[in-house]
Design a protein around this ligand. Structure first.
Ligand code: SAT
Ligand code: MN
Length: 592
């Protein structure tokens, strides 16, 4: 029991209402983790992997396989404060609905209390949360993804503030009722709710990823973005990467791409250009604050990777594969006959037989994937062979470059640079990407996903755009340079035009040279682009016509984009900053 009154009262109130059989305060120890895993193996919800030390496979309920944006709510007193890109229900109404669902929802289960820190505890930027959950799977994932334990509890007892995060899978057990491997509630009972005015998170009905590991998207992005605006810092959906030139000069890059668009791969890039190397600092979230020297400093608030498994291989991301050597939780991957995991593209040839993510026999003739497209690994950041020795530096690292992007088969070229900060905010605000399996819903539809924050912004996105302008004003000439990339452009026949992965270092190198003022660029209607000679393509075998297509600015297509951007902006009404309207007008003038 904690001596902090607020925490004690909250835990007692939740316990009285949710009626768990018992309460367990998590200490974050290895012993605790191991014991929970043993219990989950015994109950049939975890499968130990013979081939990977201390690693386990979980199979979710087939309906509970990704974030549920339709069931995610930003509950501010006024609808306008949540804005047009968020689902909204008034706080009183939402709380009444959910409180009714929470009644008795933990019967037959243990209620776990998880004190956790986002960011190293000694960092001035760290934030503390306490998650209450009835899912031991969530506890083990949180113990990898965040810093859990008694030290955090101590900090709370010494007066540190905390963000309460309440979670239930929403599947109470009647006396004597057998549990299922993956308990969860039906879709219409799922709620992922945020009350930014009071720094509160309530999640009900799902056990998967960002729906349930409340430190990640709920706290570190939705609640943190609202806090960041109030307090003058930034909480962004960005990887953090250090690039080191042959001369030893360091560049820090923060890059925002929507879920399942390659953040983990870029965070662990192994440059193919001789002499350049990279270090990983984070793969999903960056918290950034202006430092004493006026530059923008970033920390990674997480301590684990919750990465998309399919597509990860020794070819695409060797560092991720090495990170997965042991101590990993796999969710919805396929199981091999010798007790290891497999997923699409992990190897050139699929194994002859597998048990697929639904637990059914699978052979390569099956036309369904063996691993779910949103199958995930949860692995400790510290196991990444490319991890920077500075990844837990309390003050963070100074950011030189921002990158935005997404998946676009057409229109958007490999790289362009913003003319200035305001134009960069325009590029972020208009970012678009084809949808992926990270959310439940259609895959491959183009949608505007400003700053890759559409599903994660905890307040009105129009105000968020203004916050970016305000930060730029404060940073002045110390602001990071802003670029936009598209690694995913295809030929009219549907071939990838760019090899991606380690070869993306060629584009990053050009950005660094732009920062250092070493190379000129070509002004185009959409921004500044590399002169062909400045992009190091030595050793790449890309046909010249492919390169031309990759770099082509199709003015007609961009005029259509501009029309679409007008519609996109219109939804924000008078919350749209005038500076963005001006950017759009200038863009239209440049397009002629
Ligand atoms: O939100 S999750 O953590 O489930 C994954 C993602 O969408 O990036
Ligand atoms: Mn993400």
């Amino acid at each position: 029991m904690s001596s902090n009154d607020r925490l004690t009262r909250w835990v007692q109130e939740v316990a009285r209402h949710c009626q768990p059989d018992r309460i367990h305060w998590c200490d974050g120890s290895k012993k605790e983790y191991d014991r929970l895993m043993v219990e989950m193996v015994a109950r049939g919800s975890a499968i130990p992997l013979r081939k990977r030390p201390n690693s386990f496979l979980f199979r979710s309920h087939p309906s509970d396989v990704a974030r549920v944006e339709d069931r995610t709510f930003i509950s501010t007193p006024s609808r306008d404060d949540a804005g047009p890109t968020n689902n909204w229900v008034a706080p009183d109404e939402l709380k009444a609905t959910m409180w009714a669902l929470y009644e008795g929802c933990m019967r037959g289960r243990t209620m776990y209390v998880i004190p956790f820190s986002m960011g190293p505890l000694e960092s001035p930027m760290a934030k503390i949360g306490v998650e209450i959950t009835d899912s031991p799977y969530v506890v083990c994932n949180m113990e990898i993804m965040t810093r859990v334990g008694t030290r955090v509890l101590q900090a709370i007892e010494e007066g540190a503030d905390f963000i309460p995060c309440l979670h239930s899978v929403g599947a109470p057990l009647a006396p004597g009722q057998d549990d299922v491997p993956w308990p969860c509630a039906p879709m219409e009972q799922k709620y992922i709710s945020h009350f930014p005015q009071e720094n509160l998170i309530w999640s009900y009905g799902s056990g998967y990823g960002g729906n349930a590991l409340l430190g990640k998207k709920c706290l570190a992005l939705r609640i943190a973005s609202a806090m960041a605006r109030r307090e003058g810092w930034m909480a962004e959906h960005m990887l953090i990467l250090r690039l080191v030139s042959p001369e030893g000069r360091q560049y820090h890059i923060a890059a925002a791409f929507p879920s399942a668009c390659g953040k983990t791969n870029l965070a662990m890039i192994q440059p193919t250009i001789p002499g350049w190397r990279a270090e990983t600092l984070g793969d999903d979230i960056a918290w950034m604050k202006i430092g004493p020297d006026g530059r923008l400093y970033a920390i990674n608030p997480e301590s684990g990777f919750f990465g998309v498994a399919p597509g990860t291989s020794y070819k695409s991301n060797p560092a991720a594969m090495d990170t997965l050597c042991g101590n990993v939780i796999f969710t919805n991957c396929a199981l091999t006959d010798d007790g290891d995991i497999w997923w699409e593209q992990m190897t050139d040839e699929p194994p002859a037989h597998l048990i697929d993510w639904r637990g059914e026999d699978w052979t390569p003739e099956r036309d369904k994937p063996a691993a779910h497209p949103n199958a995930r690994f949860t692995a400790p950041t510290s196991q990444c062979p490319l991890i920077s020795s500075d990844w837990e530096k309390p003050e963070g690292v100074p950011i030189d470059i921002f990158i935005f992007g997404g998946r676009r088969a057409t229109v958007v070229p490999l790289v362009h640079e913003a003319y200035d900060w305001d134009h960069g905010v325009f590029l972020g605000a208009t970012a678009a990407s084809e949808t992926t399996a990270a959310n439940i819903g259609a895959v491959g539809n183009l949608r505007r996903d400003p700053f890759a924050m559409k599903p994660f912004c905890g307040y009105n996105m129009g105000d968020y755009f203004q916050h970016w302008f305000d930060m730029g004003d404060r940073l002045g000439d110390k602001a990071p340079r802003i670029f936009y990339v598209n690694w995913f452009r295809k030929s009219p026949e549907g071939r990838w035009l760019w090899p991606g992965y380690g070869e993306n270092s060629r584009v990053l190198k050009w950005m660094c040279e732009r920062v250092d003022g070493k190379v000129e660029a070509l002004d185009t209607p959409i921004g500044r682009m590399p002169r062909m000679d400045d992009l190091n393509l030595t050793g790449l075998d890309i046909p010249p016509e492919d390169l031309r297509e990759l770099m082509r600015v199709d003015v007609e297509a961009w005029r259509a984009e501009a029309n679409d951007i007008e519609k996109h902006f219109a939804q924000f009404g008078d919350r749209l900053p005038k500076r963005l309207e001006r950017q759009l007008r200038q863009f239209q003038i440049r397009l002629g």
